[in-house]
Design a protein around this ligand. Structure first.
Ligand code: NAP
Length: 538
């Protein structure tokens, strides 16, 4: 029997967003399915299989909060759980709630067009299938389009070469091999730390160093898990009132009101505290005030100097072009100590740039590096990359790619003018990009689901955000970024990625709302309470 190709709601993507979204829709009894491009569910945690890949949010703040039963049943094994376990968790959730039967795998959406007469979306898939839907909800991810630099000679390289996002399912032998890692963001720092003592020689090709502080991971025993379960209400309440959605409460004191030795005492404590406490529980001034940030940066620089034996090498690992936490902070486990090993070599590309790849490795201006394996931890076309991969045509055939050419423009990151009946989980300009993803995803899905219920209860078949309301939100997003020191940083938060055409040097894009999750949730809650002003419910 051939499957009906029309559904009231189609969700795109079976990652953390799509899984919860389909759960909510199925619970409401809606005719809804998920289309997933990969061969199985999990999104980010299905794809990122590189050695060392793990959460850097506390596991118990990353998991879903919507089901008490789920919270009672799942035992996190580590404070910062690793990729295989995270994928097991998502499969456990899907099986527990019998969601797999609503998912269609190998179903990559490549094009969507709005049919104004019928008030439906037409969806074209890579495999040739076509679907229609009254409403489409995207859960296509924020960091799902990997970017690999196109160096001369890359295709000549005869060793194993992978972007970390496409690391193979089969384990890649590393023992006895010469491995190169390019990129020192959160991914590069994880993989370098993990493999340093497993490979023959490790060459780190670093363009710019990143600030990084200890993850402080540890196993979670049965007793500890019982305590975490007893605290779940408090944990999620803390996440809801903190800017980044973490179980780390903010430091209420102002930086300049506290004596330098007290500031240092706080930082000593935070450096040894697990996770993002060093950002979330620090003086807020370090994000806004140059002088406060400089002092904090110098503190962290000194911690690095104390951990790296060779003082010249230590200086190469300390960022000089940006202050602490003005780019996404990678968390590390013995990362800096890896450089004390004889088999780990830093190749500073700012001094000796790459000339080309060869069949045997990499040629820089300083010499040739023979390599058996090359890992590209070179990042993503963040936030809008996944959108650019789908040709989306809205009212009058307007292409979303054209509308967003210089950066996204949205109504609270939830929908965009000119593209009716299209909703976004963790959309550009929502708060998701600046927070603990699943916390913002859950509240985003709840908002969208309540909105859909409202739409259906009014028998509305078409909705569209107004241009004016979208413009007003765009201005708030810009203001939220401009007040922060990270406003000109060269990281993915501001859309910087020289590997993507047009996303290089002087480009600043406004991809996320930086006013914090509590403020964002307050704003979108008010929108709902006021009957959705700024949305034309036609
Ligand atoms: P990233 O932060 O964008 O870092 C990319 C790295 O590649 C940078 O060091 C960059 O150097 C380097 N690079 C790019 N092009 C290069 C080139 N042509 N030559 C040499 N180096 C080049 O990417 P990522 O590390 O994959 O992290 C992205 C985000 O994924 C993170 O910020 C985080 O949000 C998420 N993530 C999360 C986890 C977790 O939760 N545990 C783990 C990993 C990643 P420049 O700095 O000079 O551009």
């Amino acid at each position: 029997m051939s499957e009906s190709k029309h559904h009231e709601v189609i969700v795109i993507g079976a990652g953390v967003s799509g899984i919860y979204q389909i759960k909510r829709l199925v619970d409401l009894g809606l005719d809804a399915i998920v289309l997933e491009g990969d061969t199985d569910l999990g999104g980010t945690w299905y794809r990122n299989r590189y050695p060392g890949c793990r959460f850097d949010s506390e596991s118990y703040t990353y998991g879903y909060s919507f089901s008490q039963e789920l919270l009672d049943e799942w035992h996190w094994k580590e404070r910062f759980s690793s990729q295989p376990e995270n994928l097991r968790y998502l499969n456990f959730v899907v099986d527990k709630f019998d969601l797999r039967r609503h998912m269609r795998f190998n179903s990559r959406v490549t094009a969507m067009s709005w049919d104004e007469d019928e008030r439906i979306w037409h969806l074209d898939l890579e495999n040739g299938d076509t679907y229609t839907a009254r409403f489409v909800i995207t859960g296509i991810g924020v960091l799902t389009i990997p970017t690999t630099p196109q160096y001369a000679g890359l295709s000549d390289f005869e060793g194993d070469a992978f972007h970390t996002y496409a690391w193979p399912k089969e384990s890649i032998p590393l023992k006895g091999r010469r491995v190169g890692v390019m990129g020192t963001g959160a991914t590069g720092i994880q993989i370098i730390s993990e493999i340093a003592d497993k490979v023959d020689e490790l060459f780190v090709f670093q363009r710019r160093p990143n600030w990084s502080t200890p993850l402080n991971n540890s196993p979670i025993s049965d007793e500890e898990m019982a305590k975490i379960r007893a605290r779940y209400d408090e944990i999620f309440a803390n996440c809801a009132v903190t800017s980044g959605g973490f179980d780390h409460l903010p430091e209420p004191r102002r930086f300049f009101k506290v004596a330098p030795e007290e500031r240092k005492a706080l930082w000593d404590k935070l450096y040894d505290t697990p996770g993002f406490a060093i950002m979330a529980s620090n003086f807020a001034d370090i994000f806004f005030d140059e002088e406060a940030n400089r002092e904090m940066s110098e503190y962290v620089a000194n911690r690095i100097r104390a951990r790296v034996n060779d003082p010249l090498l230590a200086e190469k690992l300390i960022p000089k072009d940006h202050g602490f936490a003005t780019q996404r902070l990678p968390l590390e486990t013995h990362y800096f100590e890896a450089y004390n090993r004889d088999n780990v070599h830093l190749v500073d590309l700012s001094e000796t740039p790459i000339e080309r790849f060869t069949s045997k490795g990499i040629q820089t201006t300083a010499g040739h590096y023979d390599l058996d394996v090359m890992a590209f931890a070179t990042g993503f076309d963040a936030m809008t990359g996944a959108w650019d991969k789908i040709t989306i045509r809205g009212v009058g055939g307007e292409a979303l790619g054209d509308k967003w050419r210089d950066g996204p423009s949205t109504y609270y990151g939830l929908m965009t003018h000119g593209f009716p009946n299209l909703l976004m989980v963790a959309g550009p300009q929502s708060v998701s990009g600046s927070t603990n993803f699943p916390r913002a995803i859950e509240s985003g899905v709840d908002w969208l689901t309540n909105f859909l219920e409202h739409v259906r209860s009014k028998n509305v078949t078409r909705f569209e955000a107004s241009e004016q309301a979208e413009k007003a939100w765009g201005e708030e997003v810009i203001a939220s970024q401009e007040r922060m020191l990270m406003r000109r940083s060269r990281g993915w938060f501001t859309g910087y990625n020289a590997n993507v055409e047009g996303h290089g040097e002087d480009v600043v894009r406004y991809l996320a709302y930086w006013g914090g999750a509590p403020q964002y949730n307050k704003i979108v809650r008010r929108v709902a309470d006021e009957g959705y002003p700024g949305i034309d419910l036609g």
